[in-house]
Design a protein around this ligand. Structure first.
Ligand code: C2E
Ligand code: MG
Ligand code: MG
Length: 758
């Protein structure tokens, strides 16, 4: 064929026919990409009719296939669609042409479609179409540029129904991917990408098993949007869907790792909080509510919507997933009845509790600006001199209606809300200014202890804030002591060391508060530049009766001293506790026994009066002290009368409680105790005494029938001897004399020991 000869149109047409046949075969084989075989462009006269033929054939062909074929502009306006596409959407062709493709796409796929339109050529994605009945249908959408002259930017798309594709799954090259996709469709919500209710139910059930094992609570929140139908009806499904997606995203962003969230269908969501407690619930639920209420912009319009939340708790509100979901739903309906935009709990008591907490929260947020806080000051006293050496500033909150609220009730909440930072700074400033004012009024110079919360301690500007406050108030740093809890300092050790060193270098003192209640690493403790350990009051409370508490308190004192730290005992309420602590070389005390926390004025009085701790009991100091305990007063009198003849100081008690108190208050060498006593037997009492006061000689008065337990007690070292009734006066006097002698042999001089100790 010569190069100059015009092309033979018939051969062109036959080529076109061949290509059409190929295309047809390709379409039948569902290799839909091959339709670009139709992409022809030539307006050469003779070819036109061939092209028209071709076009008609093509049109017949495309109308006959089950795939959806669409031609659109790059803006997404549909110029043409076949019946296949209309059938997928259950919408007549006329109502599709001229509209945006996005109108028929589930909103979560808008971005995918946009990208496809921009890219134009040779891409294939999976998206979900939305039909006229709001049903969702997964499809493959493949796009190709359709390069017709003068319309270079048309795009040709083929939509393949996945159900259709399913029939052909055997031929699918990537079956695993396909199965994964099917599984996804069974478990997830197409609109929001959240799990669906079925999957959530199963996962909640699993969570319950773990929660049961670890004994923690799980909260199920049922969230319904308020009057969503109104938005859907007035602005169209499209906007409604968009709003649902926005809300879903916002709710999800409030959750922690490990929490779950699902779409229950329609305008309902479910949130499951693993390992939740009241504090977390009352913090998170309002957050969820607030996130819904934030304005959303949909199709250029600002929409406002609220939500109603119902909460059920595992285990109290149901033992399985179905019950919990059902009860959360009931609570949600109650929230709607209560006027919407609120939270209701399935259990009424919890409802009251949480509402109280939420009310407290909103009051607390305003307390600082309203000037509702004030400080009380509790003296810290030296055991050696008996004088006030410092005070601890303790915050109080007076609310207009609720009255004075204890820090125990609001400090944890203030910490959770972050309000402790400004509140703590107010405490620091007020306390330092107060101490300076006392000094300026020529009162004895004392330390001011201020509690620092963990959150405050973590603030980057803490050191600057402290320096600033000291500068503003003019208080010398050496009169300021900061109290930190064990958990605060052990939280992030390296940071702690750095911060503590900086604070210390300013010249102030540092104490560890509530010592013994947390987990301290002794090696770290050694690295911290601290001055004082404060024994937590929980160990002091029963220090004279509970050998375990006593052992802990004594161990803390000895640990502190070996680290060259001072020890202050908190919560000292009685002379007996004081005496016990004193006997074990505790350095200082704080507690109701000396003074409750008092207002600044009352503290001035205490300082002016020079109030002191009572001096230790050294009255008479002789002597050999004997404690007699029997619930029968006649026996006590009889014994006391008999043994007084031998010159002992006799202490008597009718109960074990009084016995413990006397032992704490006085140095006693020998104890005689009746075995048959109410509350606790003589042996039980003496076995505690053995741990609390191991140096004592312990004797039981018993009946014959008690013999086996007496022997066991002697063998176990609880008692050194026992006297069975009836006993004669002379024998008893002799035996008690021997007991004091034994004590002297083992522990040396009574008098010198007492002087040493006291
Ligand atoms: P804390 O620092 O261990 O303070 C000692 C608590 O024991 C105070 O309770 C005090 O009133 C109480 N107390 C003192 N002596 C006795 C006693 O003999 N018997 C008994 N049963 N209790 C006694 P309060 O004032 O209710 O404070 C409780 C806790 O609240 C404080 O424990 C501290 O952890 C915290 N707190 C108080 N004020 C502040 C503050 O300004 N900032 C921070 N972060 N926490 C504070
Ligand atoms: Mg404290
Ligand atoms: Mg404390």
């Amino acid at each position: 064929m010569s190069a100059n000869r015009p092309p033979d149109p018939s051969s062109e047409v036959s080529i076109l026919h061949t290509r059409l046949k190929e295309a047809e075969a390709a379409l039948q084989a569902k290799r839909v990409d091959c339709v670009d075989a139709l992409a022809v462009s030539d307006d050469d006269g003779e070819k036109v009719c061939a092209l028209r033929d071709a076009e008609q054939t093509y049109r017949r062909m495309v109308e006959g296939v089950s795939e959806g074929l669409i031609t659109l502009t790059r803006d997404g306006i549909i110029l043409y669609c076949n019946r296949g596409f209309a059938a997928m959407l259950k919408v007549p062709v006329e109502q599709i042409v001229g509209r945006l493709l996005q109108t028929f796409v589930a909103p979560s796929y808008f971005a995918t479609v946009d990208k496809l339109l921009q890219q134009g050529g040779k891409s294939k994605v999976e998206i979900w179409l939305r039909d006229a009945n709001d049903g969702l249908m997964p499809i493959f959408l493949s796009a190709n540029l359709f390069p017709i002259k003068d319309e270079p930017s048309l795009i040709y798309m083929v939509a393949t129904d996945l159900a259709f594709f399913e029939a052909d799954v055997e031929h699918c090259s990537n079956r695993t991917q396909y199965e994964a996709r099917l599984e996804y469709q069974a478990n997830y919500d197409a609109l929001t990408g959240l799990e669906n209710r079925g999957r959530l139910h199963d996962r909640l059930q699993q969570l319950i098993v773990t929660a049961d094992h670890h004994q923690h609570q799980v909260a199920v929140a049922f969230i319904g949007l308020d009057q969503f139908k109104f938005i859907n009806d007035s602005m169209g499904h499209h906007s409604g869907d968009h709003l649902l997606q926005t809300v879903a995203e916002r709710l999800r962003s409030c959750l922690r790792k490990g929490d779950m969230m699902a779409r229950n269908g329609g305008d309902e969501f479910i949130v499951v909080l693993n390992h939740s407690d009241e504090a977390l619930i009352s913090l998170l639920m309002p957050k969820l509510l607030a996130s819904i209420a934030e304005p959303s912009v949909v199709n250029g319009r600002e929409l406002l919507i609220t939500g109603s939340i119902g909460v059920s708790l595992y285990p109290i509100d149901g033992a399985d997933a179905s019950t919990l979901l059902k009860n959360a739903g009931i609570a949600m309906s109650r929230a709607k009845e209560q006027g919407r935009n609120n939270i209701q709990f399935y259990t009424v008591e919890l409802n009251q509790k949480i509402s109280k907490r939420l009310a407290l929260e909103s009051m607390l947020r305003r307390a600082l600006e309203r000037g509702e806080f004030f400080l009380l000051y509790q003296p810290q006293v030296s055991m050696q001199t008996g004088c006030i050496v410092g005070v601890e500033a303790l915050i109080r909150w007076t609310h207009q209606t609720a009255g004075v609220i204890s820090p125990v009730d609001f400090i944890p909440l203030a910490e959770e809300l972050g309000l402790i930072v400004p509140i703590g700074e107010w405490v620091l400033r007020t306390a330092c200014a107060q101490n300076k004012a006392w000094q300026d009024a020529d009162l004895p110079k004392i330390m001011m202890s201020v509690n620092l919360s963990g959150l405050q301690f973590k603030q980057k500007n803490l050191v600057n804030v402290v320096a600033q406050v000291l500068m503003e108030t003019g208080l010398d740093a050496k009169y300021l002591d900061l109290e930190l809890t064990e958990s605060t300092v052990m939280d992030s050790v390296e940071l702690t060391v750095t911060t503590l060193r900086k604070l210390k270098s300013m010249g102030l003192k540092l104490s560890i508060d509530d010592f013994g209640t947390g987990y301290s690493s002794l090696s770290y403790l050694k690295r911290f530049p601290i001055d004082v350990l404060k024994i937590d009051q929980s160990f002091v409370r029963d220090i004279t009766t509970d050998p375990d508490d006593a052992a802990i308190a004594v161990a803390i004192i000895s640990l502190a001293h070996s680290l060259k730290l001072k020890v202050i005992a908190e919560g000292v309420e009685s002379a007996a506790q004081l005496s016990y602590l004193r006997r074990h070389q505790c350095d200082g005390m704080q507690g109701y026994f000396f003074s409750r926390p008092v207002p600044a004025d009352a503290l001035i009085e205490l300082l002016r009066q020079g109030k002191q701790l009572p001096q230790p009991d050294s009255a008479g100091l002789p002597q050999k002290s004997l404690l007699i305990i029997d619930d029968d007063p006649i026996v006590v009198d009889l014994l006391a009368g008999l043994l007084r003849k031998d010159g002992y100081r006799i202490l008597t008690a009718l109960t074990s409680t009084d016995g413990f108190e006397l032992l704490a208050l006085h140095q006693v060498q020998v104890i005689i105790c009746d075995q048959r006593m109410p509350v606790m037997s003589g042996i039980e009492f003496l076995s505690r005494v053995k741990d609390l006061y191991p140096d004592t000689i312990r004797i039981v008065l018993s009946g014959d029938t008690d013999l086996p337990s007496m022997i066991e007690a002697v063998n176990g070292g609880v008692i050194s001897r026992f006297f069975t009734k009836p006993w004669t006066g002379d024998v008893l006097r002799k035996r008690i004399g021997e007991a004091f002698h034994q004590h002297w042999l083992t522990h040396g001089s009574i008098v010198s020991r007492q002087v040493d100790a006291e």
